[in-house]
Design a protein. Sequence first.
Length: 193
Amino acid sequence: MAKIFPNSPAIESAPSAAAAETMTVWRKSLLFNCKGFTVFDSKGNLLFRVDNYSARSSGEIVLMDSSGKPLLTIRRKRLSLGENWLIYDGEEVVKPRFSVRKHVTLFGSGEIAHVSPCGFRNNLESYAVEGSYSRRKCTVYDSRRRPVAEVVRKEAAPGVALGGDVFRLRVQLELEPAFAMATVVVLDQMYGP
């Protein structure tokens, strides 16, 4: 079985990519009979995890650090037109940080989701996600159209892909890694199997 965690950092061509954090995301929980995600840093250390005990898709998902401390809670917004998810700090149930809305259009614009700050947090940046999550090839852009995060397939060896359950999440310094991972979890709920 191939290793899923990185044994060496990915080689980057862009000069600003040296400041980026590259994580390996495994679409599998470390717990038996759970759905979820396991996220490793570039040295192979456990960084984040998501464990969903429900057999079916849940309306609430908690992103935890390696020790199990809740970092962000993701809740599906009820009674909304279209698919809309809210991201909260820790295990809060009030005052969401961000809203993630599935982008639906008849014309292929490339945008698959829009992330916007909620309520009193209007000083925060809004983001657009473009590409294809099901192909594990999408990019998160800030409001100035700068790429701040990217999801790409991970290859075990040059030309040998590991499949859709293992991929890389590359996050620039401008974006919080936990928030980038929460966005990936929402995309998986919207476009995953």
